[in-house]
Design a protein around this ligand. Structure first.
Ligand code: AHR
Length: 502
């Protein structure tokens, strides 16, 4: 029996959870857009060609913002290719994914789709192979009212009202050797500073995101981030970092423990930002934009080089399982634990590629088990993240020692209710879990949602879309003043507590 306990104290919080921690990422990669969110001619496509089945699944995630269009894709992207009459838009070779980009879907289509989805847009500009002026032109096109070349051009394309995008990424993973236009930290920092300066002169409301390390495993982490920050610190608002976790070694216990690295990554990134803050004598605390994260198993290079130069080939279509749901859950707990430093978090990506929403061209749309974990996090993770005093039995595995079987995060929601998210990493045993509330009023258990399955590799498919789905059948209840629950082996749990009215 693997025991675990949690103490929550009303006076000890991490901080407010920013609504932008419930964001995602859409890239013209594989079938994310074409055959994913956009498929004219599909029986469920609307007048814009947007798949209504995908829109429905996306809306149910209550996303705040979506990052677009990259990703590696952005490093050779000319944003102007995707505006104006479709028939005049050029077809281009996209070297990042060795695919053909038709540009049928550009920034105005993304604006339309986002409106229907109820979310904002975070734009990424290309500073890898383009420069400051092209980035400024994009701001002028999207955000200026009228009376200039680019704003009038937007109006002529049917968008009189500016899109008014607030959040702008200054390129993507520019530290990576796989990037066309890779740069050293200091070199990139100078370029990003000038771009940010120019973009903010056109629109003083925008916030810019400096591209930091593409993974904690980069040899250049955190030196790249420090060098870039040192050049640009006071001119940007966020530092972007990315992390994907996978199970390439095949050791499931180590895979499930990998979110420990997410926690460590956040601490190191925050420390790097604080070091540069001290070094440049800035008053500003830099926030982290964790604008790509997920579980990712497929090996990119194999896929890319086997299926070359097609339009929207099926790339990176990982078939996520119950084990992946628990691993993703661990990453989401880490985000909530660091809600004081993370200002933006984008699940990568939204449809088909490294995604929990899957479609068949011309066919159905369905969701994989981690979809539900993210949905719960988005529905119940808003409010104030509470400090978690956790105790849990631990295990050792190939890559880590003393891994807690149980991990949890807790949020006091805006309506005063409390939500505790918990994972049990044990593959064999359920874990008795107790929660002690200190300084709160009297609460009762309103719901205990559980996502579990018979085997770690269980998943859903078009034929069996509900094989792994959540149920409100957990046994959380009050015993001797504590909230007690049994957490099933390899499970994701959401325990919802509401105050008893007096
Ligand atoms: O999300 C897939 C890719 O992963 C993105 O294009 C890139 O930024 C990262 O390496």
């Amino acid at each position: 029996m693997k025991k675990a306990s949690l103490i929550l104290d009303k006076d000890f919080s991490v901080g407010e959870v920013d609504s932008k921690l419930f964001s995602s990422f859409v890239e013209p990669l594989g079938r994310c857009i074409y055959g994913g969110i956009y498929e004219p001619g599909h029986p469920l496509a609307d007048e814009h060609g947007f798949r209504k089945d995908v829109l429905e699944l996306t809306r149910a995630l209550h996303l705040t913002m979506n990052r677009f269009p990259g990703g590696n894709f952005v490093s050779t992207y000319r944003w102007e290719d995707g505006i104006g009459p479709r028939e005049k838009r050029p077809r281009r070779a996209d070297p990042a994914w060795q695919s053909i980009e038709t540009n049928a879907f550009g920034l105005n289509e993304f604006a339309e789709w986002s409106k229907r989805n109820g979310s904002d847009v975070m734009m990424t500009v290309n500073l890898a192979t383009r420069g400051v002026l092209e980035a400024m032109d994009c701001v002028e096109y999207c955000n200026m009212d009228s009376g200039t070349y680019w704003s009038d051009l937007r109006a002529s394309h049917g968008y009189r009202k500016p899109h008014g995008y607030r959040y702008w990424c200054l390129s993507n993973e520019i530290d990576g050797v796989w990037q066309v236009g890779q740069k050293h930290g200091g070199e990139y920092g100078c370029l990003a500073r000038e771009a940010s300066k120019g973009m903010k002169l056109l629109d003083g409301h925008i916030k810019t995101v400096l591209a930091g390390s593409s993974s904690p495993g980069m040899n250049t982490f955190p030196a790249f981030d420090a060098a870039a920050l040192e050049e640009a610190y006071d001119f940007v608002d966020y530092l972007s970092v990315h992390q994907y976790i996978g199970n390439r070694s095949g050791d499931l216990k180590s895979f499930l423990a990998r979110p420990i690295m997410t926690e460590q990554f956040f601490k190191s990134v925050a420390a790097t930002c604080d070091y540069i803050q001290a070094k440049v004598r800035s008053k500003k605390k830099m926030l982290i934009s964790f604008d790509e994260f997920n579980v990712w198993h497929t090996v990119t290079s194999e896929e890319r080089f086997h299926k070359t130069w097609q339009i929207a080939p099926p790339l990176l279509e990982d078939c996520y399982t119950m084990a992946d749901a628990v691993a993703l859950g661990g990453m989401l707990l880490a985000i909530l634990h660091h809600a004081d430093r993370i200002g933006i978090a984008c699940l990568s990506e939204l449809v088909n590629c490294i995604s929990h929403i899957r479609t068949r061209n011309g066919g159905g749309a369905w969701v994989l088990p981690p979809y539900y974990v993210y949905q719960h996090y988005s529905l119940y993770g808003r409010g104030t993240s509470l400090r978690t005093a956790m105790r849990s039995d631990t295990y050792d595995c190939a890559d880590f020692s003393e891994v807690p079987f149980v991990d949890a995060a807790a949020v006091q929601n805006e309506d005063g209710s409390l939500t505790v998210f918990a994972i049990n990493r044990s593959l064999e045993e359920s874990a008795p879990f107790s929660i002690e509330l200190r300084g709160f009023g009297e609460y009762r258990v309103a719901q205990h949602i559980v996502l579990k399955s018979d085997a770690p590799e269980d998943t859903n498919s078009e034929q069996e879309p509900m094989r792994v789905a959540p149920h409100s059948d957990g046994n959380a209840g009050i015993q001797d003043g504590l909230i007690c629950a049994d957490l099933a082996p390899l499970s994701w749990n959401v325990i919802r507590l509401v105050e008893i009215a007096r």
